[in-house]
Design a binder for this molecule. Structure first.
Ligand code: NAD
Length: 501
């Protein structure tokens, strides 16, 4: 299918697209045992998108049992690595073949611009699945350097049944970052997408079955956090749980593990990433443009959003002026319009939370430099202008708490040392950036930044080959790259006594 569609083409497709509305358990599409359903809403117009099975603890039991059977009889883990690789690659190819459908479902369900769904979400998802598929027959185990009377092998084994709980901001990519390594390692998976955005997860599982992933190996349970999510966290037969979402819910998953079977918990949580621009930066326009995109891309609904801009006082005014110039080109529009680069926030409830923070920033004494308003009310959608606060003090709530919307807090500093101190003075540690033309300053600041991903003279540069995750309360463990296998495998030492050697 071509991606040169117009707004009218996408609107027509939106009317006819099938809304995937059932859970996938043990290779079959099914309703929730309770028969309950819930209704995802298109946040760009407030209209219902059809309805979806509302799974809860009873369905979790059935799905985990199916995943356990699939793991126990080794229908997936026991398959030849080359064959598993081919199936994952066929799955990735099917994702590419369904680019328009998946992109449209993602945009309708969570409000992001169709151009982003097409150019970012779908290709990143298929690349992730293909990359981990390719890794399956490339990774070797180890032999320890023992004395000659022993052979000690160190092998990686799948952990077993993995539960995956993900958020709504990149529904497919966040799922793929877990499904890729978990399935490549030979596990069975039960995935619970966010209640706001279940559609593409269901469709991905349908395509996985079509590609040949055996029944029971990938199960998808649409449902709510406090019911289905909690039941997965507390389940006694889930061996590992991989979570992406807020820090508050991440902490709950640690508790669930402690209250149940001490399952391995991997957490990718929130952020309040510092974006430092120093006065020796040689291209201030590029830095300011990156700062604008770093907070406004995906409507600011980014775990790595560069939401704290920390700028040297000598260049502060110029940087803010350029950000305003870029923001003027990023006004919210219809997500189905290929020309739109800022879409709707995921739901009205979240928009109210973002608007609350804008009120809080004003009450705290920050200057509302740009934006701050809900717009496009006539559409029934949840749209907020790109917003910038200046004169922000790092102790303000808008500088410390994750807003998860298009709201930038700009802090003025007098030198690089103060920038580093302010950057680290927060409970999160996910992304961070520094712009400088001095290589020594770049090294010193990037080493000093307590964050899992540091960008130097760029922002949000990314590839599946590098690990992603957080220091401090931004999480535990890493997604992406070969390091992600640590979450989904156990290391086994087998010590063999040898005689006559
Ligand atoms: P959230 O924590 O509210 O929800 C995430 C998932 O947890 C959803 O599937 C939800 O249903 C489930 N959940 C909610 N309450 C639960 C409960 N009581 N028990 C069990 N499960 C529960 O997060 P969100 O609003 O969907 O997403 C936004 C958050 O995700 C932000 O904090 C953002 O920074 C974070 N995020 C982090 C990364 C990363 O890689 N570090 C990536 C994307 C998003």
């Amino acid at each position: 299918m071509s991606n040169s569609k117009t707004l009218a083409d996408w609107q027509a497709l939106a009317h006819s697209i099938r809304i995937p509305g059932q859970a996938i358990i043990d290779g079959k599409a099914c309703d929730a045992l309770s028969g309950k359903r819930f209704t995802p809403i298109n946040p760009a117009n407030g209209q219902p998108l059809g309805d979806v099975a509302e799974c809860d603890a009873a369905d979790v039991d059935v799905a985990v049992a199916a995943a356990r059977r699939a793991f126990a009889d080794r229908r997936w883990a026991g398959m030849a690595p080359g064959q598993r690789k081919r199936i994952m690659q066929r799955w990735a190819a099917l994702i590419d073949e369904h680019t328009d459908e998946l992109a449209l479902l993602e945009t309708l369900n969570m409000g992001k611009p169709i151009s982003d769904s097409l150019s970012v979400d779908v290709p990143a998802t298929s690349r992730c699945i293909a990359w981990y598929g390719e890794a399956i027959d490339k990774i070797y185990d180890e032999i320890a350097p023992t004395a000659s009377n022993a052979l000690a092998t160190i092998t990686r084994e799948p952990v077993g049944v993995v539960a995956v709980v993900v958020p709504w901001n990149f529904p497919m990519i966040m799922a793929a970052w877990k499904l890729g390594p978990a399935l490549a390692a030979g596990n069975s998976v039960v995935l619970k997408p966010a209640e706001q955005s279940p559609l593409t997860a269901i469709r991905l599982a349908e395509l996985a079955l079509e590609a040949g992933i055996p029944a029971g190996v990938l199960n998808v349970l649409p449902g709510f956090g406090p019911t289905a999510g909690k039941a997965l966290g507390l389940h006694m037969d889930v061996d590992a749980l991989a979570f992406t979402g807020s820090t508050d819910v991440g902490k709950l998953f640690m508790q669930y593990a402690g209250q149940s079977n001490l399952k391995k918990v991997g957490l990718e949580c929130g952020g309040k990433s510092p974006h430092i621009i120093l006065d020796d930066c040689e291209d201030l326009d590029a830095a300011a443009t990156a700062a604008a995109w770093g907070i406004f891309f995906n409507q600011g609904e980014m775990c790595t959003a560069g939401s704290r801009l920390i700028v040297h006082e000598k260049v502060y005014d110029r940087v803010l002026a350029k950000i305003a110039e870029v923001a003027a080109t990023l006004q919210p529009g219809d997500p189905l319009d290929p020309a739109t680069s800022l879409g709707a926030l995921v739901e009205h409830k979240h928009m109210e939370r973002v608007l609350d923070y804008i009120r809080i920033g004003q009450e705290e004494g920050a200057t509302l430099y740009l934006g701050g308003q809900q717009v496009r009310q006539d559409t029934g959608g949840a749209f907020v202008q790109p917003t910038v606060f200046s004169d922000v003090n790092n102790s303000m709530r808008i500088a410390q708490e994750e807003i998860f919307g298009p709201v930038l807090a700009a802090i003025r500093v007098k030198d690089a040392d103060e920038a580093l101190q302010v950057a680290n003075d927060v409970c999160y540690g996910l992304g961070a950036a520094v712009w400088t033309s001095n290589i020594n300053t770049a090294h010193r600041i990037s080493r000093g930044l307590r964050a899992g991903v540091v960008y130097v003279n760029c922002y949000d540069a990314d590839d599946i080959t590098v690990p992603f995750g957080g220091y401090k309360q931004s999480g535990i463990g890493r997604d992406k790259s070969l390091h992600a296998f640590d979450k989904y495998t156990e290391l086994k030492t087998t010590w063999i006594r040898l005689t006559g050697c």
